[in-house]
Design a protein around this ligand. Structure first.
Ligand code: ACO
Length: 321
């Protein structure tokens, strides 16, 4: 059967790391409050010359290198972001230009923190139907540029970064590698709970991120536990079969609460929110790359990705590495 097989991972972070203590010099907050409520200790913030596309390009190059794939072999680039360099063209086309792989398909998807899951599912469908043979799927964000740095309830939560994977359509055995199942959802009813209050067609400005944190938290735990259950039901497996869960890194308390609800031991959850904070669409591929490079996630492992974000959008995907 034809499956989308994950050939390599890569990631990139801005140069500048900002600790909670450094943030507390700028807004009325403290290291203790941030660590206790979120688990975040530091985040990376894009500086001069660093944008969503520069981070995406660096992450893509590193994923290509690990995969042993030439940029010229890539026929599809899907980039998930809510913070593109420009309103248009798609940031994916900037990545395409920098890599020098012209003529294939390149576009962005926008599902905020679930963006990488949406992008991977889209790439999976296109690879399995033969529209391309090899794809780059990237999550890249510079949320620091849409934060209200006067609002301590949101500005402490986010960071910048990028992660990328190379997928290849391969004919594999039933128990072989690849994306096994994916479920995606959206519910526009809650679009006001987490949104940016600007845009080209409404205000003509970029806008700033606004969030009702408590309500987002409540929905996140319920939705994530449900969608993980749906994916496991699709493949007729229990949570015990899953070697690793790579969750969207929003908040350590959301990760703990979701794991508890699923009966999942904490040591099988990859956590990077302490060092990267919430990097939106970049968070899942960034955490994946960290765990692949430090040797925890190995070939043959069953890995569950999950994310939830503004919209709301949410989803999960089960992959055999
Ligand atoms: N430093 C110090 N005090 C703060 C800060 C801060 N940075 N932010 C808020 N406070 C204060 C509030 O003003 C409030 O004070 P008050 O009681 O005097 O009014 C108090 O702390 C409690 O505020 P709450 O908002 O009720 O705190 P809560 O325990 O809900 O934690 C948080 C807030 C961390 C945002 C939590 O609701 C949360 O994690 N929500 C999930 C949101 C999230 O992760 N969103 C990411 C995008 S969506 C996603 O990725 C899933």
């Amino acid at each position: 059967m034809i499956r989308s097989v994950l050939r390599g991972t890569g990631s990139a972070l801005p140069r500048n790391c900002v600790t909670n203590a450094q943030l507390a010099e700028r807004v009325d907050t403290s290291d203790d409050w941030i660590v206790e409520r979120t688990g975040i200790r530091q985040r990376y913030i894009a500086g001069e010359g660093e944008t969503t596309s520069t981070l995406a390009i660096e992450a893509a190059r590193s994923a290509l290198e690990v995969a042993g794939v030439e940029a010229s072999e890539i026929g599809l680039i899907i980039l998930a972001t809510a913070t593109p360099d420009y309103t248009f063209p798609a940031t994916a086309t900037q990545v395409q230009r920098a890599l020098g792989c012209r003529g294939g398909i390149a576009f962005d998807v926008q599902a905020v923190c679930s963006g990488f899951l949406y992008a991977m599912a889209t790439a999976d469908s296109m690879l399995r139907t033969g529209m391309a043979k090899k794809a780059l799927v990237i999550g890249a964000e510079t949320f620091s540029r849409i934060l209200d740095w006067e609002d301590r309830t949101t500005c402490v939560l986010f960071g910048d970064g990028a992660g990328a994977v190379v997928l290849e359509a391969q004919d594999v055995a039933e128990d072989g590698p690849g994306i096994l199942a994916t479920r995606l959802h959206a519910d526009g009813e809650h679009c006001d709970l987490l949104h940016v209050d600007g845009g080209p067609s409404s205000t003509g400005t970029v806008g700033k991120l606004r969030m009702k944190g408590r309500e987002v938290f409540r929905h996140a735990v319920v939705n994530l536990a449900e969608v993980l259950g749906e994916v496991l039901a699709d493949v007729e497996m229990g949570i015990d079969a899953v070697d690793w869960v790579v969750p969207h890194q929003a908040n350590a308390r959301i990760l703990d609460a979701t794991a508890r609800k699923l009966g999942l031991p904490a040591e099988r959850v990859i956590v990077t929110v302490d060092r990267h904070a919430n990097t939106s669409a970049a968070s899942v591929p960034l955490a994946l790359d960290v765990a692949v490079r430090d040797g925890r996630i190995k070939p043959g492992d069953l890995v569950m990705f999950e994310a939830m974000g503004g919209g709301f959008t949410w989803g999960a995907s089960l992959v055999r590495m």
